[in-house]
Design a protein around this ligand. Structure first.
Ligand code: FES
Ligand SMILES: [Fe+2]
Length: 417
């Protein structure tokens, strides 16, 4: 399935011409500050959100052969992801059922079974069953069947491994719905990891995510050159809100970008191919002629492109600290680890944009904690932010959240169908 290009183009036209939000669009109340600053809200997220969502944990080609494993700690609970001898990728808690040592300690490795490095309890790599215990005679009444490694939900989609701590989690495709279907033309299974960047930022994870959910800020902090040109025209940005908090944003190019690319106007979608980068031919012309990005609830945002693109991921460390990772994937046409010059240039350009965003985010947490800040008003073109917050509340369970910290559930009638 490709994105509904003609419908999105019509929406962009409409966005350019509108004089306000559409009829019947709700007035948002302010987003309560406690959602960004309180330990209590952070704890609710930790207990009821991060324990129930699908997150990207690695690439299948990181564990390409049966017996390969990698550890994953970004959900705070230690996890080991294993390529079983039956070819299936599974995730287990990396917690030995003897005295809780990590079963494996290396970030990556290969083994015939999972043997705890502390006292040698050994688990089967396919089902996590406890298969041997040194000096078993010294345990009274030990039942091996009760002491297997505990498993997490795990699915591989287009070469990306996703895990979810919730054993009852909806299947990945059902949960993300149209987003995964639209991303399929990017041929993820054929992409390779090109570059990995990571930065710790002193602000709440939602502050970092929100910076990539709107383009209202774009021309103010990302303009370039002596004329202060913005590459994008945010006035025509079309948002697509999907069930379960995920979304799409398509932003037209600005006049200078349109001219540089030889387009008649922003709507003249063409099959642009940059010869400096290996190209995924199936990618549609809207993506090639706009800035298009998807968000996968809760913590993955990807600004897509035909010649490779990054995943941005937001990992909360505490209520006021986040690790922001951005990992570039692309059809890899070169040998070895040295990046071609074109890629070095491109990464430097992307890092500059990230630096502009990050420079802005870090001081925001201090403001959010200041008595000067009473609430966060959100406008129509920032509605993907509201959509994120609504889903956070639904995932945590609205009744668990103090009434004064909830956001109203109002965007359902505005989902894309
Ligand atoms: S903690 Fe793993 S064998 Fe003892
Ligand atoms: Fe930005």
């Amino acid at each position: 399935m490709t994105a509904p290009v003609e419908r999105i183009k019509a929406q962009m036209r409409w966005e350019f011409e509108r004089v306000g939000p559409p009829d019947g669009f709700p007035a948002f109340h302010d987003i309560p500050i406690g959602r960004y600053t309180s330990d209590e809200f952070f704890e609710l997220e930790r207990m009821h959100l991060w324990s129930r969502v699908w997150v990207m944990a690695g690439r299948a080609d990181d564990i390409a052969a049966p017996g390969d494993y990698l550890t994953f700690d970004d959900l705070v609970v230690p996890v080991v992801i294993v390529h079983g001898s039956d070819g299936v990728v599974r995730a287990f808690y990396n917690t030995c059922q003897h005295r809780g040592a990590p079963v494996v300690r290396d970030q990556r490795g290969s083994a015939r079974n999972l043997r705890c490095q502390y006292h040698g309890w050994t688990y089967d790599m396919i089902d996590g069953q406890l298969v041997s215990v040194p000096d078993e005679r010294d345990f009274v009444g030990l039942c091996r069947d009760d002491r297997g490694l505990r498993q997490l939900s795990c699915e591989v989609w287009q070469g990306w491994i996703f895990v979810n701590q919730d054993p009852e989690a909806a299947p990945l495709r059902d949960w993300f719905g149209p987003v995964l279907a639209e991303l399929e033309e990017f041929g993820g299974a054929d992409l390779r990891t090109v570059a990995v960047r990571s930065e710790v930022i002193p602000c709440n994870w939602k502050v970092t995510a929100e910076a990539f959910l709107e383009v209202y800020h774009f021309r103010h902090i990302h303009s370039r050159g002596p004329a202060g040109d913005s590459a994008l025209d945010h006035r025509g940005a079309a948002m697509g809100l999907f069930p379960n908090g995920s979304s799409r944003m398509v932003t037209p190019f600005s006049r200078p970008s349109v001219e540089a690319l030889g387009m008649a106007d922003w709507a003249d979608f063409k099959h642009h191919v940059n010869p400096e980068f290996a190209d995924t031919a199936a990618v549609n012309d809207m993506v090639r002629s706009t800035s298009t990005a998807y968000s996968l609830f809760p913590n993955l945002i990807t600004p897509v492109a035909s010649g490779g693109f990054p995943f941005l991921m937001f990992w909360p460390l505490d209520q006021g600290t986040t690790r922001l990772d951005w990992i570039h994937y692309a059809p890899k046409t070169w040998e070895g680890d040295t990046l071609p010059t074109a890629w070095q240039r491109r990464l430097a350009g992307f890092d500059l944009i990230m630096e502009e965003d990050v420079r802005n985010m870090a001081p925001m947490q201090r403001s959010l904690e200041s008595p000067a800040m009473r609430g966060v008003p959100i406008n129509y073109q920032e509605r993907r932010i509201w959509h994120l917050h609504e889903q956070i509340d639904r995932t945590i369970g609205i009744d668990r959240i103090r009434p004064e910290w909830r956001v109203a559930q109002v965007l359902e009638p505005f989902l894309e169908r």
